[in-house]
Design a protein. Structure first.
Length: 461
């Protein structure tokens, strides 16, 4: 199977690596001629780290950044991730370009090709395949994926609307050094006329997002460090000694989501399918999880064993998650930007009280971290010690994992890894539970989720 992926950001690179590792012919078309050192994304949440662990690269990514187990909202409300039911009970702060580098190395090593300086200008598809057009020529494939950002050429070529609206205009972004940094946590504060967010990269640099209600200008308006300094001081009451700056940018934040993630043989993922405010740091994470969901389903289709409707389940599962992320990030940013003092006081009191209720705290941290997000018929499967190995280490084969007390029926060696366990659990390659049941139900479960066995003589590996 040949797949064309538009976009060599984190979403496209994770997907390319997964497909190439499964034996697919993968070409990634990237509009940028060169890699960029600039990035807006910087947070890698627990669920994403679990998915990277299932690919054997979590520790490499963690080594590039700083672990933060708590964040502070509105300068006084603490949110603690230390109790997350995960091997990664923290937020990793690292620039997106580190994540991209590691994902690209994995994809290329697996056999994916990356073509830079190539922008999608159109496409055509029929029941046999897809043609992706660029200024340099046409690429034919069985499937195509648009992971090419908010201004997706693939989405435009499909003629799909991207409904939504701007949430915040004239956001300021700066990477700076601080002479008097805040405590080593993500800090967020807002007053009626200003909002600011500060997070450490762990190497002496800090990321600042800032917004000034009284100075709303077009994205093209030049941004100065003094404007960032004044807005940060207004929001926090101090500017933390902002000094050297390596990047300044002004942008606006939209809330948008395409209605369908699949159109025939073409799929949309990441910012091409959904965009939202940076509140909660969920953008890159949601795109990576889109890729993890889609990759194994395309691989199963290429291998010829995908059950009917498997590719359609990508939209069914991920569109609902995208909608949840829009609501979550939108709610956080709207709370941060409340104008009246009375409203902000009420926000602080009610939010502080709510987060002292264990169930509310678990839901909040679970949603932001992704650990609490699940699909209607497929809950997240936590990592498990299997006596000498872990579940997520077994997932590195890119196959389903069947845990159980006895050997299952033969014929699934090409799509299944087995391990002894005290009960039967069938885990999908993306770390979600496909089925739990009894010994008498195993054969039916395997046929339902993995199709017919190859040959009765096959053995399980």
């Amino acid at each position: 199977m040949k797949t064309i992926i538009a976009g060599a950001g984190p979403t496209g690179l994770l997907l390319a690596g997964d497909l190439a590792a499964a034996g697919a012919d993968v070409t990634v078309l990237e509009r940028r001629a060169e890699e960029s050192n600039l990035t807006r994304a910087f947070a890698v949440h627990a669920r994403t780290l679990e998915l990277l662990d299932a690919r054997g690269i979590a520790e490499e990514v963690i080594a590039t950044g700083t672990k933060l187990s708590r964040m502070r909202l509105f300068n006084r409300i603490g949110v603690d991730f230390a109790a997350l039911p995960s091997r990664f009970p923290f937020v990793l702060i690292t620039p997106q370009y580190h994540v991209e580098r590691i994902l690209e190395e994995r994809a290329v090593k697996a056999g994916a090709r990356i073509v830079r300086g190539t922008e999608v200008t159109g496409l055509r598809q029929d029941e046999r395949g897809v043609e992706v057009h660029t200024k340099a020529g046409t690429h034919a494939a069985d499937y195509a994926v648009g992971a090419d950002g908010a201004h997706s050429g693939v989405r435009h070529a499909l003629g799909l609307e991207f409904p939504g609206r701007a949430v915040v205009r004239s956001l300021m972004l700066a990477d700076v050094r601080l002479a008097r940094p805040p405590q080593d946590v993500i800090s967020v504060s807002a007053v009626g006329t200003a909002f600011a967010f500060v997070a450490p990269f762990g190497d002496g640099w800090y990321r600042i997002f800032a917004w000034n209600r009284e100075h709303q200008v077009p994205d093209s308006t030049p941004l100065t460090l003094e404007e960032v300094r004044e807005t940060t001081e207004r929001a926090f009451g101090r500017d933390f000694g902002i000094g050297e700056c390596r990047w300044l940018s002004r942008f606006h934040s939209d809330e948008r989501q395409v209605e369908r993630y699949r159109t025939g043989r073409v799929f949309l993922a990441g910012d091409a399918a959904h965009v939202h405010s940076p509140a909660g740091g969920q953008g890159m994470n949601t795109g990576l999880q889109d890729a993890a969901n889609l990759g194994w389903k395309l691989a199963a289709t290429a291998a010829g064993w995908a059950p009917t409707g498997l590719l359609d389940s990508y939209h069914d599962e991920r569109h609902a998650v995208g909608r949840l992320v829009l609501r979550t990030s939108g709610g956080i940013i709207r709370l941060a930007l409340l104008e009246s003092r009375a409203a902000r006081l009420g926000r602080d009191v009610l939010t502080g009280l709510a987060l002292h209720v264990p169930a509310v705290l678990r839901r909040a941290t679970g949603t932001i971290s992704g650990v609490g997000i699940y699909y209607p018929h497929a809950p997240r499967t936590a990592d498990a010690d299997l006596g000498g190995t872990r579940l997520y280490e077994l997932l590195r084969a890119g196959r389903h994992v069947l845990l159980g007390p006895a050997v299952p029926p033969p014929g699934y060696a090409d799509r299944l890894v087995c391990a002894a366990y005290d009960r039967y659990i069938l885990v999908r390659p993306d770390g979600y539970t496909a089925w739990t049941g009894t010994a008498g139900e195993v054969a039916v479960a395997l046929r339902t989720h993995l199709g017919d066995p190859r040959h009765p003589a096959d053995t399980i590996s």
